[in-house]
Design a protein around this ligand. Structure first.
Ligand code: ACO
Length: 453
């Protein structure tokens, strides 16, 4: 099969959000801390009527109907998430309900768990399945990936969010995964993890997680460039070879810094980039990628300044959803991709999109997509843009007060901490749009029942 990649992509996000300026006031922190310091605008949240299964069902249901895909056309289904509701049963098996109703039970794949990286693993598996001898030459794969990101009270709380992306994977795609180009870095660190089985809140060392993110970026970017050199016999730089760069996005400010760090990497390894950025970065040359370069305020300032104009062109268009939803963990990288398509669909032809995916703990990869809408006009970037109708859907959301956001978190805490296995959700379903699945009840054997609104 040729041109294996993304045929379709859509997102399910909650209808309710809290505004970050209002949250600053409510939390009694200095004005600008969340909106400028973190670069966030709004944050999506759910109460106890939605869980990761209902959100995945809503996302799959939406993509299948928008793209008129029948349930027997799917031969692989992979889920990437870190929002666990069971230590054994996969979310994928819950999603099988929708397929078995249509007589299709021959579907490979289960869940992948590793912080925000599960979706990327699911995507790699699915692309590789289509490229392999095990593919049946006919059916397509679905990657379903996302999370409900919530933090305990404190500085991490405004970096929560929620959303689930579904991607349709197959040959003759317009968003083609570039073959043999992948930079990988994985290591064992405790920057963010979830050891408490009766709470959704992670243990997080914020500063360490940022250092890990940047270190993983340095190393996997180096690996990607090495692969690029092998394949194309050219020294990869953002300036010459990347039209757009998209990131896993814990919060927007970290994306600005991550892009600045890539420019600093280019300054260090390419003579052309050295010339271009020396005005800003010359005095940091001897620091290179040493420990002292991490969280270095002066270097951050200079590289942000050096990369400012390119950021506007190459990164800004992909930041729409993450600023509005917050961190959707596993969905985040692909929400950046959908944002880019949503804002720049008509300008993507022939372009390369460089991708950085990061999951704490840690797993990270650089890889890239090339866009060729001639491969399949039915699944072009323009059709993805128009079917996903992101701007209209964002506008139709409901703004909630910080107090309502806190009340919704309390409902989720009750659900996680309950002593009895059974549970009756109390949150209203009025705000849910038609076509949304929700949690109807949990019985005494912990079996969950869902309903379509
Ligand atoms: N106006 C403008 N900017 C402000 C203001 C203000 N009033 N107040 C603070 N800031 C700035 C700070 O200067 C800082 O900027 P800098 O990063 O450029 O130095 C920024 O806001 C953050 O403030 P800090 O005091 O440094 O950090 P804080 O204690 O608020 O915590 C953190 C931020 C660590 C990101 C926290 O929210 C967190 O732990 N989040 C979860 C972990 C995370 O997302 N990690 C990222 C990778 S792992 C993952 O994806 C989960």
């Amino acid at each position: 099969p040729k041109n294996v990649g993304i045929l379709g992509i859509d997102i399910y996000f909650p209808q309710r959000y809290v505004n970050q300026s209002e949250l600053e006031q409510f939390d009694k922190v200095p004005s600008g801390k969340y909106t400028i310091g973190l670069g966030q605008e709004n944050m999506a949240f759910v109460g106890d009527r939605e869980d990761i299964v209902s959100m995945c069902m809503s996302s799959v249901h939406t993509l299948m109907s928008k793209y008129s895909i029948s349930y027997d056309q799917i031969g692989r289904l992979e889920v990437g998430t870190e929002t666990l509701i069971d230590k054994s049963k996969s979310i994928k098996s819950c999603l099988m309900t929708m397929f078995q109703e249509h007589g299709n039970t021959s579907i490979e794949g289960v869940d992948t768990i590793n912080a925000c990286y599960g979706g990327t693993n699911a995507l790699f598996n699915s692309v590789q399945w289509v490229e392999s001898s095990y593919w049946d030459g006919r059916r397509l794969a679905l990657v379903v990936t996302g999370d409900i990101a919530v933090y305990s009270k404190g500085p991490a709380r405004p970096t929560g969010g929620a959303g689930v992306i579904t991607m349709l994977i197959g040959p003759n795609a317009s968003i083609v995964m570039e073959p043999s180009l992948r930079g990988v870095h994985m290591e064992n660190v405790y920057d963010f993890y979830k050891p408490h089985m009766d709470s959704e809140y992670p243990m997080v060392d914020g500063k360490l997680s940022i250092d890990c993110f940047i270190r993983a970026l340095d190393i996997s970017y180096h690996q990607y460039r090495k692969q690029f050199q092998n394949r194309h016999n050219q020294n990869f730089t953002i300036d010459e070879h990347a039209d757009f760069v998209i990131f896993h996005t814990p919060y927007n400010r970290l994306v600005q810094k991550a892009f600045a760090r890539l420019i600093y990497n280019d300054f260090l390894h390419s003579s052309k980039s050295r010339q271009k950025y020396q005005k800003y970065l010359q005095k940091f040359e001897s620091l290179a990628l040493s420990k002292e370069s991490f969280g270095n305020v002066e270097l951050d300032k200079a590289s942000l300044e050096a990369s400012k104009e390119e950021y506007k062109v190459k990164v800004l268009p992909s930041t729409l959803l993450s600023k509005q939803l917050g961190n959707s963990y596993c969905a985040s990288t692909y929400a950046s991709l959908l944002s880019l398509i949503s804002t720049k669909a008509s300008q993507l032809q022939g372009k390369r999109i460089l991708v950085f995916s990061y999951g704490s703990g840690l797993a990270s990869s650089f890889f890239s997509f090339s866009v060729d809408n001639n491969n399949n006009p039915k699944f072009s970037s323009e059709s993805i843009r128009s079917l996903s109708s992101i701007p209209i859907r964002l506008q139709a959301r409901i703004k909630s007060t910080p107090q309502k956001f806190i009340s919704a978190l309390e409902l989720r805490e009750n659900l996680s901490k309950r002593k009895e296995l059974s549970y009756q959700p109390v949150d209203s379903i009025d705000h849910l749009l038609p076509g949304t699945f929700y949690l109807e009840s949990i019985d005494k054997n912990a079996i969950r029942y869902y309903k379509l609104k």
